[in-house]
Design a protein around this ligand. Structure first.
Ligand SMILES: Cc1cc2nc3c(=O)[nH]c(=O)nc-3n(C[C@H](O)[C@H](O)[C@H](O)COP(=O)(O)O)c2cc1C
Length: 365
């Protein structure tokens, strides 16, 4: 129904407009009062074999929505209704931001990909975190068994640099620590005016030291989200810095600024201009990074694979390579919500075929 009916209609619209139409309509339908309790019940306990406890958080299934889809924590009803097991809200930034000028989101249909230069548009850490906490207070059942992480980034302003940039992250961290099941440090957003990320050894170390000085024992686990564009020797050094800073896991990874190997014609890409590419072309790199990280790290580190997941086969390969959890965004745009059940079913089939008692036992299978 999605690919034959809904997607053709949505694809008539500008991509960003299509996102707001689909999410607003879906969420409104899902949040009508009598439907609420049924939504929460719909998938509850549906995949007992896929449930995992990681760093103290129980994930009812391994599929989550990637950061960027629900920047302000507005769509939990919808995300839960369509079967995700968790969400990563954000990126949020210390100051609210309207993001970059429009248009800033583009479809590459031939590549089953998107290019975005949203520019970290969000309502600001204080507003988003207070909004999520309000929902958690008023509708605890909505969040019960549906963990939500919060992804934090530096405010999109090239004049915020050095110590101010670290303070910017710390401000968001302070707001996020209460409502978040985990916090992801987004050090890899490619859409900043200064064109700089925190994937530089000194910058990352200073950032992690700054966050460490804020961290309390009761704080949620801390994850770091890397870019797929960073070469392996740099990644090795960055991970060593993270491991010295008590990081519980990694999200692998963000969008890419590369354009090689695409079917979309060069003139079309040039017309679109700069931005982060997401979707199918990322998959090979994601798989490689997950294997590399799993071999390098202690088994208790959480690895969230993200980038190019749009079939159940790809999902199974990433879990086999060592991912604990999977996130996607662009796959949802192209395949619709049915992809979630398809992947969960394929993972169950894989467990049954191999006799593995849990997803962790599929690693390296
Ligand atoms: C429109 C759009 C906005 C995004 N915004 C964010 C963001 O704010 N923070 C972030 O960490 N990642 C952001 N991402 C990256 C996704 O979280 C994900 O890492 C990337 O899209 C790769 O996954 P996919 O191939 O399944 O889309 C965004 C992606 C898209 C398409």
């Amino acid at each position: 129904m999605y690919t034959s009916l809904i997607r053709p209609l949505l694809f008539q619209l500008d991509p960003e407009k299509a996102h707001y139409v689909a999410t607003a309509l879906g969420n409104t339908l899902c949040s009508i009062p009598f439907a609420g309790p049924r939504i929460v019940q719909r998938h509850a306990g549906k995949w007992p074999q896929l449930e995992q406890k990681l760093s103290g958080i129980t994930f009812p299934n391994p599929l989550g929505i990637a950061a960027g889809f629900d920047k302000n924590g507005d769509y939990t009803d919808l995300l839960r209704f369509i079967g995700f097991g968790f969400a990563e809200y954000g990126s949020i930034t210390a100051r609210p931001s309207p993001g970059n000028p429009h248009p800033r989101l583009f479809r590459l249909k031939k590549d089953r990909a998107l290019i975005n230069r949203m520019g970290l548009n969000n309502a600001g850490a204080e507003a988003v975190c207070h909004g999520i906490m309000k929902q958690q207070r008023q509708r605890p059942e909505l969040f019960d068994g549906f963990p939500g992480g919060i992804n934090i980034a530096k405010t999109h302003d090239p004049y915020i640099t050095g110590d101010d940039a670290i303070q910017d992250y710390i401000t968001s961290y302070r707001f996020a620590r209460e409502p978040a099941a985990w916090i992801t440090l987004n050090v890899s957003c490619p859409n900043t005016t200064e064109g700089k990320t925190f994937e530089d050894k000194m910058a990352l170390k200073e950032l992690l030291d700054g966050i460490a000085s804020e961290r309390k024992d009761s704080d949620p686990p801390l994850l770091v989200k890397f870019s797929p564009d960073t070469d392996q020797s740099t990644i090795h050094d960055l991970v060593t810095i993270c491991e010295d800073s008590n990081i519980q896991g990694y999200v692998l990874g963000n969008t890419t600024t590369r354009r090689d190997g695409l079917r979309t014609p060069g003139e079309h890409l040039e017309k679109i201009g700069p931005g982060g590419l997401s979707g199918s072309p990322l998959f090979a790199g994601t798989l490689q990074q997950v294997s590399y990280f799993r071999n390098m790290l202690p088994s208790e580190r959480i690895l969230i694979a993200c980038g190019g997941i749009d079939t159940s086969d790809k999902a199974v390969r990433l879990i086999s390579a060592g991912a604990n959890l999977l996130q996607f965004y662009t796959g949802l745009v192209y395949e619709g919500p049915a992809l979630i059940n398809k992947i969960n079913q394929a993972l169950i089939d894989r467990l049954n075929e191999t006799g593995a008692p849990s997803l962790k036992h599929l690693h390296q299978s």
